[in-house]
Write a protein that binds this ligand. Structure first.
Ligand code: SF4
Ligand code: SF4
Length: 439
């Protein structure tokens, strides 16, 4: 059986730079700048003061609401400041800045094993919430919220996203090869929380070793299945993955829970296991530092709050031909505003590109070729949406489904006129949100 979705495109995957590099633990930084708002939802609120001594894994903020998540110290040391620090996109938001004492002392209880098989669903969910886990695939939605659908939405499937369809990135691929058992345990915990009877792990066929290992590990599990998906971008989009895995379509404006599904990244499942079984909050993650313009591509286990410049330096620095450094993958990532921006919970990759691969083009007039329409996985008409945004007809753009657009960039990638479609979609979405707020 062919597992895939309609539309999409297969760009060159660029994974060879780092796919064979085992995950390496990077030394903790001397200064960690930990943003209070690293997730979708309300910013968290600091619970430490300047001058406080903190330890690794200690909560330094509390959730600012139900859709929110706390953050934790990623080094031990002293709180030096609470100040506005620029993130990768250049937006300045509050961060707790900790000067490390170099000792990496753990907060009491962090790392202690529990007999988690005895935990109730509610206890597991509370652990996940307290550990500050957010989606690691990029969307950064607090995981405990995802696992709390309204009572009328019965969840039948948890689908783990091991697709990693963004070119170049290899962090999830390495994690599946190196920590398959903990990912599977995390999946089982999520099944227990939601009452889902089935677990599916979706992996693209360009990760044969991950598929082999995961299939071997789950061979005797009647409720968990591994599926090998066709290689096509954006196969890792939630709606595309659900369509490929179980053949159900999430309705326009709907959510996976509308078809009885919760989708979660494999890294998130690993973090869930660590939180519940090892009492380890989410204070470090795997980041691919890759691309043709980094000297030594690597997959690194990095403390949240580490400046990007330190990751680059640890990988031997950028090559002379570097043109652009991207936070994330080339399709959905964004050029970095500053190399001092700290790693946050959603940082999956730091991509160093030469001019040849940095997609620098001059926009030309649309030639109405229709290529953008043929590849859109949501069957939207990108060229019409773009025109409406350009001429400030936001209500028309909304009728054409701009709010469903997941900004995957497939349409812009194939456009021969190099129309900057995603740029217009971002503007249109922001304007519509502003109009709704005013109403
Ligand atoms: S960016 Fe939006 S319009 Fe373009 S292909 Fe992706 S979902 Fe469709
Ligand atoms: S792919 Fe580009 S040129 Fe072709 S119709 Fe779409 S926007 Fe126009």
């Amino acid at each position: 059986m062919k597992y895939t979705f309609s539309g999409g495109y297969h760009p060159p995957d660029g994974k060879s730079y780092s796919e064979k590099m085992p995950i390496e633990k990077m030394p903790s930084p001397k200064i960690a700048a930990i943003h209070l708002h690293q997730h979708i939802g309300a910013p968290s609120k600091a619970i430490v003061n300047i001058g406080d001594e903190v330890k690794v894994g200690q909560p330094i903020s509390e959730a600012g609401g139900f859709v929110s998540a706390p953050v934790h110290a990623s080094v031990s040391g002293k709180v030096k400041a609470i100040a506005k620090i620029a993130d990768a996109a250049g937006n300045k938001t509050d961060a707790v800045i900790i000067e490390s004492d170099g000792r990496d002392e753990l907060f009491p209880g962090v790392g202690e094993k529990s007999d988690y098989s005895q935990f109730t669903a509610d206890e597991i969910k509370k652990k996940i919430a307290a550990s500050g886990i957010t989606g690691m695939g990029g969307a950064r939605f607090p995981t405990h919220v995802k696992l709390s659908p309204p009572a009328e939405k019965k969840i039948n499937h948890i689908i783990l996203n091991g697709v990693e369809c963004e070119p170049y990135l290899t962090a999830d691929d390495r994690l599946m090869q190196e920590s398959p058992d903990t990912i599977i345990e995390g999946l089982k915990l999520m099944m227990k929380v939601t009452g889902a009877e089935k677990g599916i792990i979706g992996i693209e066929k360009n990760k044969p070793e991950s598929i082999r290992i995961m299939k071997e590990k789950t061979a005797s599990m009647h409720d968990i299945k591994v599926i090998d998906l066709e290689v096509k971008y954006p196969q890792g989009g939630e709606k595309q993955l659900i369509s490929a895995a179980i053949g159900k379509e999430v309705p326009s404006g709907g959510l996976p829970m509308d078809v009885g599904v919760v989708v979660s990244n494999v890294g998130t499942a690993n973090a869930v296991y660590e939180a519940v079984a090892l009492n380890k909050p989410y204070y470090e993650r795997v980041v691919s530092v890759t691309g043709e313009s980094i000297t030594n591509p690597k997959n690194l286990l990095v403390r949240i709050g580490t400046p990007t410049s330190e990751l680059i330096e640890y990988c031997g620095g950028v090559k002379e031909d570097v043109y652009k450094v991207v936070n994330g993958g080339p399709m959905m990532g964004a050029a970095m505003y500053s190399m001092e921006a700290p790693v946050h919970k959603g940082t999956s990759g730091i991509l160093c590109l030469s001019k040849e691969n940095a997609a620098v083009y001059e926009e030309q007039p649309c030639i109405s070729c229709g290529k953008c329409v043929s590849v859109c996985p949501l069957r939207l008409v990108p060229t019409e949406i773009q025109m409406n945004v350009q001429f400030k007809k936001y209500e028309e753009a909304e009728k054409l489904g701009i709010l469903d657009c997941m900004l995957c960039g497939t349409c812009a990638y194939v456009c021969p006129a190099k129309r900057n479609l995603v740029h217009y979609f971002n503007i249109g979405k922001a304007k519509i949100a502003e109009m709704k707020r005013k109403k």
